[in-house]
Design a protein around this ligand. Structure first.
Ligand SMILES: *Cc1c(COP(=O)(O)O)cnc(C)c1O
Length: 379
């Protein structure tokens, strides 16, 4: 059996003729840069997300950078980010001369803790970047309330949770990335809505912000060769947009497939005390970008090696929390600063989850995880 963390080839083969036609059409038209598929995809994604504006860009890291630039943050401003996330979230903050202020996450659901956000606010705080980690939304009800109270911007990093739905206490629902001032996402191939290279986008309901984001992504110009502000070059390829147009109508089915795999794992592994299966939060649906276990009372590297011997890949997202990364030592956080993130970095292990998983594959993975636990006398 050929078990993979993600099966991009299998997913492609299921929609091959549509994809091939879409790619060929772009090549035939030769509209490689800003061809019609780019704005068509932006409109379709805006409709899907029920958001006023989608501004495409080159990747999810750029999307975060452009968002910070559009909000006029200046060096010295503090931006609050979880310490347990992918580095891109903090990287752009540092690159722009802003100060990343790390905060801890919840031990149960890995999501940024609103209490810790509140405790970290200073007069210099300008923005909060919640990350909808592994596929479900952070506690946006509380985060938006904190942001309103303190006059802070909210940039949602939605790279892992496109399509997740958040329900507020009053019953209104919103898609991940459409609750704050700007939402950012990535179309990296292995993301839930992935293209065949790099891609990204920003979401906003604010017309002025949308205009600024578009200008910044396009060398700071609205009219060609008139550069009103300093921008960058960050575009979504037409070929990638054409691929994404084919894939977007499948996104909800992809999320359903991921949920089906997650439920299989939950059912088979949920009763063990030594491996904690993912906790679902009440206010958000889960699109299972990752299915992440917590390994309790044993070395997860042993489980990883055991599975590898059976040709089952597994991954550690993420082995080092951001505040302990060498590149971020200048911000002065020592070991012990964020105990939950530090413990999670030692305990987490993600099992393969993707849109094409068969019951046979899931069963093989589960039986081997159980085998490991039984061999070790764990329950
Ligand atoms: C993937 C990812 C990004 C960056 O996206 P790229 O397209 O690879 O630049 C940012 N934040 C999170 C949480 C991610 O998972």
């Amino acid at each position: 059996m050929n078990i993979q963390m993600v099966d991009l080839k299998g997913q492609y083969h299921a929609i091959k003729s549509e994809i091939d036609t879409a790619i060929n059409d772009v090549i035939e038209s030769s509209a490689f840069i800003n061809g019609p598929a780019v704005s068509q995809f932006a409109k379709e994604l805006a409709a899907y997300n029920k958001v006023a504006y989608v501004v495409p860009c080159a990747n999810g890291t750029d999307a975060l950078q452009l968002a910070m630039m559009a909000l006029d943050l200046v060096p010295g401003d503090e931006v609050i980010v979880p310490s347990f996330t992918y580095v891109a979230t903090a990287e752009v903050i540092a690159l722009l001369g802003l100060t990343p202020v790390f905060v801890d996450v919840n031990p149960s659901d890995f999501l940024v803790s609103p209490t810790k956000i509140k405790e970290s606010i200073t007069p210099k705080t300008k923005a909060i970047v919640p990350v909808h980690l592994f596929g479900q939304c952070a506690d946006m009800e509380s985060i938006m309330a904190i942001a309103r109270e303190h006059g802070l911007y909210v940039i949602e990093d939605t790279a892992q949770a496109i399509g997740a739905v958040y329900t507020f206490k009053d019953g209104t629902t919103k898609k991940a990335g459409t609750m704050g001032d700007i939402g950012t996402t990535s179309f990296f191939p292995s993301k839930n809505l992935g293209c065949y290279g790099d891609g990204g986008a920003m979401f906003t309901n604010d017309e002025q912000l949308a205009t600024r984001l578009k200008m910044i992504a396009n060398h700071g110009q609205r009219v060609k060769y008139y550069h009103d502000i300093i921008g960058v070059n960050s575009r979504l390829d037409t070929v990638q947009a054409a691929i994404l147009r084919v894939k977007l109508p499948h996104l909800d089915q992809y999320s359903a497939n991921r949920n089906r795999s997650a439920e299989y794992y939950d059912k088979a592994l949920g009763h063990y005390k030594s491996i904690v299966t993912p906790v679902r939060v009440e206010s958000s649906t889960h699109v299972f970008h990752q299915y992440t276990l917590k390994c309790i009372g044993f070395d997860r590297e042993e489980l990883k090696a055991f599975l590898q011997q059976k040709s089952i890949p597994s991954m550690v997202y993420y082995p080092v929390p951001l505040h302990l990364q060498k590149g971020y030592a200048q911000y002065g956080f020592a070991t012990g600063s964020f105990p939950v993130s530090e413990q999670l970095a030692d305990q987490v292990l993600s099992l393969p989850i993707h849109t094409e998983q068969t019951e046979e594959e899931l069963s093989y993975i589960v039986e081997n995880v159980k085998d490991f636990l039984h061999t070790k006398g764990l329950n």
